[in-house]
Write a protein that binds this ligand. Structure first.
Ligand SMILES: [Zn+2]
Length: 42
């Protein structure tokens, strides 16, 4: 999983399979609740 850009936590969950750009997913950090987008990991 990608790191949270706010607190650097690695424990995030996918909340949407579709970000605003192709090949990005939306994640929510389980520690601080920040929603962010990151490139899809295979
Ligand atoms: Zn965080």
């Amino acid at each position: 999983m990608p790191r949270c850009p706010h607190c650097r936590e690695k424990d995030s969950e996918v909340i949407s399979l579709f970000g605003t750009q192709a090949m990005t997913l939306q994640y929510r950090c389980k520690r601080c609740g920040t929603v962010f987008e990151a490139i899809k990991y295979d």
